[in-house]
Structures are given as structure tokens and as C-alpha cells.
Design a protein around this ligand. Structure first.
Ligand code: GTP
Ligand code: MG
Length: 427
């Protein structure tokens, strides 16, 4: 706020003065150029397209070198992102080029999630940059920026239309990266078909709301060429690393039994247009758009997610300290609430367990009482049986004694009778 007041005063007092002689600040643009050249540049290309569509060949053709000859693995059950960085030099300009390949894209039967690893990769690069920016000791000056500056989307040259995989992937990517769609292996589509194919692709992109990168037309120096090139999108490209002798010149082309397709011949394909637009005219704009549009959007969403807010110009000035304190209080409050919730949960759990234990105890007690009662009943019935048996035994004993007595008497009776007879006989 204080600064803006100073600016206003300065603006009010601003006067244009003539210099008496050379002072030197007109070399500022040269100073910038020299600093940038010393520092070097980086450029990161993402190639999205199905296996064997010609991604590696086109990269080799674009940079007129051989990056790699390795084929992608066709048997993966997911899309794998492979990034490789190369140091290139042209004149005195150093370029750190990262080529990111989508290995296995389009190979799976279920392609619903094919776009996810690509999105994750792009987001991770944004996140790494944001983390570097948020560090106390930042080193953005020599930071190896891996944010994707351009996504070349390789369209299969089927001559009809885009596939749903193309539309879904481009739609998911368009808010995160500059997309240039290209028709790959364009030598397989005839001239008349190609025209219709391009119109169909563009109308499908428009009707599905896919935002592709538009070459900027604000800068007068390039507005004309960029405006005319915007009308040629999607570029129909042919790639080849084969050097073929045409006339008395060697050029890159693809040879067929009926003739050759010259990669750098504008009548044969749009390869030159792509190279011009991508590398010579708009490379800096692609880098800038990545930083000011796509990264900015990611950064804004992330910071808002973290709770940061910008204040509008009429309200109180924004204080990071206050925001931090507020956020800390909010966090502590939340922590306390969670702690209380956990404590309550614990108490409830203990109560529940206690009640359960009491129920179990009662149940056990009841069972014990029941067993005790049964035991008593059994004891009582046994006691009764014992008493009955004892009575029976006593009765038996009494009967036995009585019988013995009777038998004794009977025996006595018998032994006295012959003696009496003898006595009678004597009489
Ligand atoms: P992966 O890395 O396996 O996913 O394949 P890729 O997309 O990198 O394809 P690559 O560049 O390896 O090319 C695959 C085949 O297509 C090779 O035989 C190339 O010669 C051929 N090819 C590449 N570009 C073109 C082209 O523009 N036209 C035609 N007709 N064939 C091409
Ligand atoms: Mg490849």
C-alpha cells in the first residue's frame, strides 16, 4: 500500500528528459540476453500417443539427432511415464531438453485410467517447483525446471475422427499443459482425406470443449505467421531419420516403392511448420504460458487448499503472520476437537465394555444360581432316597430279627419235644 502511494506521486511528477550523451542503459536488453545465454535454457516436451505411433522418430527428426532407439514395452497393464534429459547445443545456446514419453499408452483393454499417470506426472513437476518456491533458502536460479512446456498429442491417422481416449485425455490435460495436437504418420492419409480429417478433428475438439494451445498473435513480429499457422492445426507430420538422396541433395525422407515422402517438404507434410512454431517462433511463449497460466493455476489451487486467501484491495492489508496465527489457532482448535472426540469415544467404548462385562457377570451368576438350585434339588432327592433306603433297611433288619427270633423259638421247640416223648415213654 505504501509502495503504491509512492508510485502515484512518482507518476504524477513523471517527466521525460533528453539525455545529453550516451549513458549505457540501452544495453539492458543485451545484458539480459547475455545472462540468459550464460544460464542456458530448459525445455520439456511431453509426447502422448499410442505405442508405435512415431513419437521417438519425430523427436529424433525434430532435433536432428538420435536420442534413443529403444522401443516401448507393449505388455504393461498401466501407462508408464519415462523422462529423459539431454544437453543440446546450437550455436552458443545450451538447451537442457527433457523428453517425456508415455510408454504403453493405448495398450490396455481398459483405458479409463490411462490419463491418470500423465496428470500425476505433470502435477508432481508443479509441486516440486512450488516446494522450491516455498523454501526459505530458494535456489530457483539453478533449479532444474521439469514442468512440461508442451504436450504433443499424437493422433492416429485413421482418417475419420478422434477416439474417445484422445478426447478424454486431452480434456483432462488442457488446464495443465499447452497441447498441440498432431496427426502422426500423415503419409498414410491421402491429401483430400487429410483436409476433411483436420476439419473433423478441430470440430470434435471444439464441441467437446478441449482447449488447445493457440500460437500468440499479440506480438506484432510474429502475429501474422502465428495467425496463419493457427489455421493449420492439427499439423500433419511425418518423421524419419533416414537420409535419402533426392536429386543431388541428401534429405530426410521415407522411401516407398512408388516414391518418397520428404519430411522437410511443405507439399508433403507439416513437419516444417511444427518445427518452426514449436522451436523457432514460440518456444519462449510456451515456457511463459506454462509458468503464468498452468503453473499459476496449480499454485493458486494449492495455496487456497492450504487456507491462504488474498484480500481484496478495499479491505485490510494482507498479513502472512496473522494468517499463519489464524491457521494455527484453527488447527489447534481442530486438534482439540479431535482429541475430545477421541476421548469421548474411548469413554463410550469403556462404558460399553463395562456394560457388556456386567451383562456377562449377571448371566454367569444366574447360571451359577441355577446350577446351585439343581444341585440342591438333586441333593435333596438323594437324601430322600437315602432315607427311604435306610427305612427299608431298618424294616428289613427288623423283619430279619423277627424271623431269627421266630426261627430260634422254633428250633427250641423242636429240641424239647423228643425229650418229653422219652419222659412219656419212661412213664
Ligand atoms: P514406442 O516408443 O514403442 O511407443 O513407439 P514410438 O511411438 O516411439 O514409435 P517409433 O518412433 O519407434 O516408430 C514406430 C514405427 O513407425 C517405426 O517403424 C517407424 O519407422 C515408423 N514411423 C515413424 N514415423 C513414421 C511416419 O511418419 N510415417 C510412417 N509411415 N511410419 C513412421
Ligand atoms: Mg518410442
Amino acid at each position: 500500500r505504501h509502495c503504491s502511494i509512492c508510485f502515484n506521486t512518482q507518476n504524477e511528477e513523471k517527466r521525460t528528459l533528453e539525455l545529453g550523451g550516451h549513458v549505457g542503459f540501452d544495453s539492458l536488453p543485451d545484458q539480459l540476453v547475455s545472462k540468459s545465454v550464460t544460464q542456458g535454457f530448459c525445455f520439456n516436451i511431453l509426447c502422448v500417443g499410442e505405442t508405435g505411433i512415431g513419437k521417438s522418430t519425430l523427436m529424433n527428426t525434430l532435433f536432428n539427432t538420435t536420442f534413443e532407439t529403444e522401443e516401448g514395452n507393449h505388455y504393461r497393464n498401466d501407462v508408464h511415464i519415462r523422462a529423459r534429459t539431454y544437453d543440446l547445443q546450437e550455436s552458443n545456446v545450451n538447451l537442457k531438453l527433457t523428453i517425456v514419453d508415455t510408454v504403453g499408452f493405448g495398450d490396455q483393454i481398459n483405458r479409463e485410467e490411462s490419463y491418470k499417470p500423465i496428470i500425476d506426472y505433470i502435477d508432481t513437476q508443479f509441486e516440486n517447483y512450488l516446494q522450491e518456491e516455498l523454501k526459505i533458502k530458494r535456489s530457483l536460479f539453478n533449479y532444474l525446471d521439469t514442468r512440461i512446456h508442451i504436450c504433443l498429442y499424437f493422433i492416429t491417422p485413421n482418417g475419420h475422427s478422434l477416439k474417445s481416449l484422445d478426447l478424454i485425455t486431452m480434456k483432462k490435460l488442457d488446464s495443465k499443459v499447452n497441447i498441440i495436437p498432431i496427426i502422426a504418420k500423415a503419409d498414410t492419409v491421402s491429401k483430400s482425406e487429410l483436409h476433411k480429417f483436420k476439419i473433423k478433428i478441430m470440430s470434435e475438439l471444439v464441441s467437446n470443449g478441449v482447449q488447445i494451445y493457440q500460437f500468440p498473435t499479440e506480438d506484432e513480429a510474429v502475429s501474422e505467421i502465428n495467425a496463419s499457422m493457427n489455421a493449420h492445426i492439427p499439423f500433419a507430420v511425418v518423421g524419419s531419420v533416414e537420409e535419402v538422396k533426392v536429386g543431388n541433395k541428401f534429405m530426410r525422407a521415407r522411401l516407398y516403392p512408388w516414391g518418397s515422402v520428404q519430411v522437410e517438404n511443405e507439399n508433403h507434410c507439416d513437419f516444417l511448420k511444427l518445427r518452426e512454431m514449436l522451436l523457432r517462433v514460440n518456444m519462449e511463449d510456451l515456457r511463459e504460458q506454462t509458468h503464468t497460466r498452468h503453473y499459476e493455476l496449480y499454485r493458486r489451487c494449492k495455496l487456497e487448499e492450504m487456507g491462504f486467501r488474498d484480500t481484496d484491495p478495499d479491505s485490510q492489508p494482507f498479513s502472512l503472520q496473522e494468517m499463519y496465527e489464524a491457521k494455527r489457532r484453527e488447527f489447534l482448535g481442530e486438534l482439540q476437537r479431535k482429541e475430545e472426540e477421541m476421548r469421548q469415544m474411548f469413554v463410550n467404548k469403556v462404558k460399553e465394555t463395562e456394560a457388556e462385562l456386567k451383562d456377562k457377570e449377571r448371566e454367569l451368576h444366574e447360571r451359577f444360581e441355577q446350577l446351585k438350585r439343581r444341585h440342591m434339588e438333586e441333593k435333596r432327592s438323594l437324601e430322600e432316597k437315602r432315607r427311604d433306603l435306610e427305612e427299608e433297611m431298618n424294616a428289613f433288619n427288623r423283619r430279619k430279627v423277627a424271623a431269627e427270633t421266630l426261627m430260634g423259638q422254633a428250633l427250641q421247640g423242636c429240641s424239647q419235644q423228643p425229650f418229653k416223648k422219652d419222659k412219656d415213654k419212661k412213664k
